[in-house]
Design a protein around this ligand. Structure first.
Ligand SMILES: NC(=O)c1ccc[n+]([C@@H]2O[C@H](COP(=O)([O-])OP(=O)(O)OC[C@H]3O[C@@H](n4cnc5c(N)ncnc54)[C@H](O)[C@@H]3O)[C@@H](O)[C@H]2O)c1
Ligand SMILES: O=C(O)CC[C@@H](O)C(=O)O
Length: 530
């Protein structure tokens, strides 16, 4: 008999598969403190949560027989994934069940914002009959900017089209043809900031999306625009938003999620006349709660029965014998993928993993998820991608994956090249694992290098001309960025050249801009291995 603990309010109807299964004993105990959870978790094989229960390393430490955690929803920010993985606990979620519900909440917020519904309700029930203060705007004909066109963003765009809105959007993974089909005009997010009347964000919270809308973005926006965040707190800078409201740039904002949840009762949003808020209700409908509970119950049963399931958020599932043979190359593939994702523009269309030398007669398929994890986690957020779900997420986005092997080698005995084709370009990097030394990047495109993937790397493509190295050194030096190592390469005298600098800290945005403005420099990329 498997013992399952349900520690957050989860739909009874949705849990029926689990409660009716002959070999599952389900206990519901909600509102537990961490200490209370720690004191009982040792008895359970499965744990089902929403966002309230915090599954901390201490909880996992006490969870001696826990095999699976099911999250009835998308975000797993309340579960310590590293601790779960280390302890061999599968974490799975239900990413599709609340998509439409959250999209509808976004729309409700956008309409409430356009017509001041919460403010008008408050004054009306308080006895006033104030029709002058609440002059609204139509959605029809307005430009809606959608940042993040995954499951929810696409649903929002579809509904906005029915309202006669003009939809512009940005998502590094949405191919042009798909956007055309949906009637979305893809453009750079900077451009969206300038032209949109409404902006809604639907990305995960990652290092790239944290404060994706902040002071510099507000400063170029149309006066009187409106913003909505029903994704994750922190994507829009709350302090910068308040300033933009006071300056009259932003006419109104609707927030379902906050940088800290629950926010302090004194949060300035609560008293601002042009901000409307809900307490993280995006997924709170009967239907969504049933959907996510059904999806997660099924998967927990499959997982405990050792049957395949789809939405694992952690846990590699690689056959042990092969895993041991390939083990030294997993980290390398992830590093190659991570560096490629940061040096390539456009939506990813094809990923090829090419192995040579000693890897030629091995089944290299298990390396694919590691390469994809490196590539996809840069855009989708590390918590969303792991080696179990990376291939599924790539297929979901129409990304072609190819593998090939060859006994031919260029230098090292075992080499792995990962090649990335996007809608804009094709780039590739090659690496190897050196005995007693570890993983090294040995070529970036055709240029030989010798790099350990750690810290910050600045990749500069330029024309081979005298004086460029000095100019780069000066610009970095002036901004206090120390160069740890430098490698240069070129195709021919006076031809294309690259400069690869390992620097001791993140290079400020204005220094990247200054470097990019040097006439002989064609492109500057910072690659972070944080
Ligand atoms: N308010 C709620 O209750 C609620 C409910 C469900 C989901 N969510 C949140 O909504 C968000 C979207 O969920 P989803 O299911 O659509 O996720 P998804 O993974 O399907 O889509 C996210 C999209 O964001 C894109 N993206 C990543 N970085 C980007 C960037 N810098 N610029 C533009 N696009 C970028 C990704 O390519 C991806 O397509 C998540 O943060 C999720 O946690 C909130
Ligand atoms: O459980 C909830 O209500 C939050 C859901 C949402 O934030 C999610 O990530 O799925």
């Amino acid at each position: 008999m498997y013992k399952i603990l349900v520690s957050d309010p989860i739909s009874d109807y949705g849990l029926q598969q689990l409660t009716c299964a002959a070999d599952m004993a389900v206990t519901k105990k909600t509102g537990l403190s961490e200490e209370e959870l720690i004191s009982i978790i040792g008895a359970y094989d499965g744990l089902l949560v929403r966002s309230h229960t915090k599954v901390t390393p201490a909880v996992l430490e006490a969870a001696a027989r826990l095999k699976v955690i099911g999250r009835a929803g998308v975000g797993v920010d309340n579960i310590d994934l590293d601790a779960a993985t280390t302890r061999g606990v599968v974490v799975l979620n239900a990413p599709n069940g609340n998509t439409v519900t959250t999209c509808e909440h976004t729309f409700a917020m956008m309409m409430a914002l356009a017509r001041h519904i919460p403010q008008a309700y408050s004054t009306t029930v308080a006895g006033a009959w104030d029709r002058k203060s609440f002059l609204g705007v139509e959605l029809r004909g307005k430009i809606l900017g959608v940042l993040g066109l995954g499951r929810i963003g696409v649903e929002v765009a579809k509904r906005a089209a029915a309202f006669g809105m003009i939809i512009v959007g940005f998502d590094p993974f949405l191919p042009e043809e798909k956007a055309d089909e949906l009637g979305i005009r893809l453009m750079a997010s900077d451009e969206i900031m300038r032209i949109a009347d409404f902006i809604t964000v639907h990305t995960p919270l990652t290092s790239d999306t944290h404060h994706m809308i902040a002071k510099p973005q507000f400063s170029v926006m149309k006066r009187g625009m409106r913003v909505i965040n029903c994704a994750r707190g922190g994507i829009i800078d709350e302090a910068a938003l308040l300033e933009a409201l006071d300056e009259g740039i932003v006419a109104g904002a609707a927030f379902d999620v906050f940088e800290k949840e629950p926010p302090e009762p004194s949060h300035p949003f609560f008293t601002h006349p042009n901000i409307i808020v809900t307490p993280h209700l995006g997924a709170s409908t009967i239907e969504a709660q049933e959907n996510v509970a059904v999806a997660v119950s099924k998967q927990v049963i499959h997982c405990l029965h050792n049957e395949p399931f789809q939405h694992a958020v952690n846990m590699p599932a690689i056959p042990a014998e092969l895993r041991n043979k390939l083990q030294p190359y997993y980290g390398l593939c992830e590093q190659l993928g991570k560096s490629l994702a940061q040096m390539t523009d456009g939506a990813v269309r094809e990923v090829s993993i090419e192995c040579s030398g000693g890897l030629a007669d091995i089944d290299i398929a298990p390396l694919v998820p590691y390469a994809l994890k490196g590539i996809l986690s840069h855009h989708l957020g590390p918590e969303q991608i792991n080696v179990v779900n990376a291939l599924y997420r790539a297929k979901e986005r129409g990304i072609q994956v190819k593998t090939s092997t060859s006994f031919m080698i260029q230098g090292m005995t075992d080499e792995i090249t990962i090649r990335l084709k996007t809608t804009m370009e094709e780039r590739w990097v090659t690496g190897t694992v050196l005995a007693g030394v570890g993983e090294r990047l040995i070529r970036i495109g055709p240029y030989p290098v010798e790099l350990k993937a750690e810290g910050y790397i600045l990749l500069i493509s330029q024309l081979d001309q005298p004086g460029i190295i000095g100019r780069v050194g000066m610009l970095l030096g002036e901004s206090g960025v120390n160069i740890a190592t430098m490698q240069v390469g070129r195709t021919e005298i006076g031809g294309s050249a690259v400069m690869i600098l390992k620097v001791d800290k993140r290079v400020p945005g204005q220094v990247i801009d200054a470097l990019s403005a040097v006439p002989a420099i064609k492109r500057v990329r910072e690659i972070s291995f944080d």
